[in-house]
Structure formats: C-alpha cells, structure tokens
Write a protein that binds this ligand. Structure first.
Ligand SMILES: Nc1nc2c(ncn2[C@@H]2O[C@H](COP(=O)(O)OP(=O)(O)OP(=O)(O)O)[C@@H](O)[C@H]2O)c(=O)[nH]1
Ligand SMILES: [Zn+2]
Length: 353
C-alpha cells in the first residue's frame, strides 16, 4: 500500500503515485506538501502560473498535486492540481468579484454550534448550504451540553432537527466528554474532515482533545525563516491518531456563500416540495390566493423565519451570481480587445512586408 493512502489518496491506475502529493499548508505563495513519507517545500512551475486563469486555479490546503520532487532538497515543483472532489470558496472583499479556495477534498464538514448562548437556526441553515455547495457531507455538532439542562438540550435538538433535514446531529461536551465518542465515530480513517463555526463555540478545544499534545508537536513544521532561524509553522492539515485527516485553517472561519443554487435545493427540500406543489406555475408565493407556500405559512407547517431565511439566501446567491456574470463580461471584453489588438498588429506587420 502506498503511503499516499494514509493521506486519503484513493488509488487510480491513471495516475503515477510517485509524483503525487497533498498540500498541507498554504502561506501566501509558499506551499507545504506531503507524500505521506516526507514533507516538501512546494512552488509553482512557470507553466502552472502562466496557465492559471483565476485565483480558483491555485493550490489550496487539501489539494492533490502532481509534482516534480527533489528528495535531497525537500523541494517540489507543483505542475498541476488533480480534479477536486469538493472545495470551500471564500470571497475576497473588494469591488471585483473574486474568490479564493480555502480548503479542498473534504469529505465531512462539522458544523459547530454551542447549545447554550446563541443557538442560531438561521446560521445553521447557512452552514448546511455552504457544506452542500462545497461537495462535502455535513454533520452538526452541538457543543457545551454541560452548560444547559436536559430539557434545554432536548429542545435544542428538536429545533435543529427541523432545519437540518437528513443531517446527523451530535450533542457533546468538551467538559464531561459526553458525546465525544459519537463524534469520533464520524472521523473515519483516510477521510478528510473540517470544522465550521463561529468564534467561541469550542472548535479549538475539540481539535486539541483530538490531537493531544504529542501529536500536535509532530504536526508542526520547523522551517528556516529569511534570517536563518528555526520557526514553527502551524500545519493546516493534521493526521489524527486514528488515521483520519482534519483540516483546521483560519480561512474556514470566514466563509461566505458562493454560487449555491443547487445546494439551496438540498438545504431547503421542504420548501422546494411546497413550491412544486403550488398550483400556479409562475407564482411569486406572495399573496396569490390558493398559493401552497402561503397556506403552509398560515397553518404553521412552514415557519416564517425559515421561509424568510430561504428568501434572503436566495437573494444573496442571485446577487453573487450577477457580480460573477459582470466579471465574466469584463473578462470577455478584455479578451476581445486583446484579440483585436493582435489582429491589428498582424495586419500592420503584413502591410509593412
Ligand atoms: N462549558 C463548556 N465550555 C466549553 C466547551 N467547549 C469549549 N468551551 C469553552 O468555550 C470557550 C471557547 O472555546 P474555543 O475552543 O476557544 O472556541 P473556538 O470555536 O475555537 O473559538 P475561535 O478560536 O475564536 O474560533 C473556551 O473558554 C472553552 O473553554 C464545552 O463543551 N463546555
Ligand atoms: Zn405560490
């Protein structure tokens, strides 16, 4: 068995495993990659940079890349990225619609919320949407079970169950360790997981108990900085003692929606069904008499908050899509301008001959 499989690689006869590695840390334009035996400093080949069309084409934590390794120097030239199974994309603030890939090839994403303070159903919906949009499977973790009464816990579970259709929900406590075993059950060897959730819900505490002190040290990277000193860089992808991988990168904490049309259907299956059942084809589900959505809202079958949240997310996605379309238009225009210029140059050149 190749060492790559310990990093989650699925053997394929189309790929030569000797030249494959996985990106474990990305810092600005420097990459750390691993082939399961050794870590390498990675940098992009000139061809790679030339051919990259957008920021989405650059390597991110979790990517499988084809490399040319130099074992002696622990360096590797990254030649291409293998097709991604899933990707989390973050938007970069600014006028132009631009995006950055935060993490890729994630099998399971844990949506972390604490039960006590601010259990926010709308935020959970949003995270489920993000998970589906990325291509990963969501699992919901409700933390700090120790800080609420059994009744409150049961209430939280039923509320979350209503918005998280078909998504596993685990309640746990880092203090009493209740539910931790069930959580571990979802961390499968050779599969990659990531944590998603607001600040303070207990993500770092979970990661620390998962890793234990010893493992964390081996997962840190020692490298020379520009002044020749050894500095320790925090690795962004860990191999857990049971062989599961965990991605913990700051970018995952700043995720926004990005082209989630199909993910909307998975997240709001109940509303999709109601919309389809509406007997008016082009119903705005606004005030039309006999509208199925309106009926469900009035009868309490569909909560008003959930419907509002659905509409809001839909608007947000439509807005993003318009922004992306504008960007595409602009790029098309530039391409055309370039082509026109080169035609002009060719013409001038031929005229001179
Ligand atoms: N009562 C209780 N407190 C917890 C539990 N888990 C974490 N905490 C506490 O909650 C606080 C925040 O936990 P962190 O693990 O730092 O939360 P985080 O999600 O990593 O937050 P950021 O690093 O800001 O994203 C800390 O004071 C923890 O001790 C739990 O299960 N029960
Ligand atoms: Zn309707």
């Amino acid at each position: 068995m190749s060492k790559l499989e310990n990093l989650g690689w699925v053997p394929s006869d189309q790929v030569d495993e000797d030249v494959i590695a996985r990106v474990i840390t990305v810092q600005k334009n420097s990459y750390r990659i691993s082939d399961g035996t050794m870590d390498y400093f990675g940098h992009l080949s000139g061809k790679f940079i030339n051919e990259a069309e957008s920021s989405l084409d650059y390597p991110a934590v979790g990517d499988w890349v084809e490399v040319h390794k130099s074992v002696d120097e622990q360096k590797a030239v990254i030649k291409r990225i293998l097709p991604r199974k899933s990707q989390f994309v973050r938007q970069v603030a600014g006028l132009r619609s631009d995006a950055q890939v935060v993490a890729t090839n994630i099998d399971t994403v844990f949506i972390v919320n604490s039960i006590n303070q601010d259990l926010n159903l709308r935020r959970i919906e949003r995270y489920i949407l993000l998970a589906y949009e990325s291509g990963a499977s969501p699992v919901i973790l409700l933390t700090k079970k120790d800080s609420c009464s059994p009744d409150e816990a049961a209430d939280a579970l039923s509320q979350v169950g209503e918005v998280a259709l078909g998504v596993p929900i685990i309640m746990l406590s880092n203090v009493t360790q209740e539910g931790i075993d069930e959580f571990h059950h979802y961390l499968e060897p050779k599969k990659t997981a990531a944590l998603l959730g607001s600040s303070g819900v207990g993500k770092s505490t979970l990661v620390n108990t998962l890793l234990g002190k010893e493992v964390q040290v081996t997962n840190d990277i020692r490298e020379d900085d520009s002044k020749g000193r050894h500095t320790t860089t925090h690795r962004e992808m860990f191999v857990l003692p049971n062989g599961a991988m965990l991605i913990d990168t700051p970018g995952m904490r700043e995720l926004q929606l990005w082209d989630g049309e199909s993910a909307m259907e998975a997240t709001f299956q109940d509303i999709e069904v109601l919309e389809e059942a509406c007997r008016f084809n082009d119903c705005q589900h606004d005030s039309e008499p006999g509208c199925r959505i309106q009926e469900a809202l009035e009868q309490g079958e569909l909560s008003r908050d959930r419907y509002q949240s659905f509409l809001k997310l839909k608007r947000e996605i439509a807005f993003e899509k318009r922004k992306q379309d504008k960007k595409l238009q602009l790029e098309e225009k530039n391409k055309w301008k370039k082509a026109k210029k080169s035609r002009q140059e060719k013409y001038n050149f031929e005229k001179q001959r």
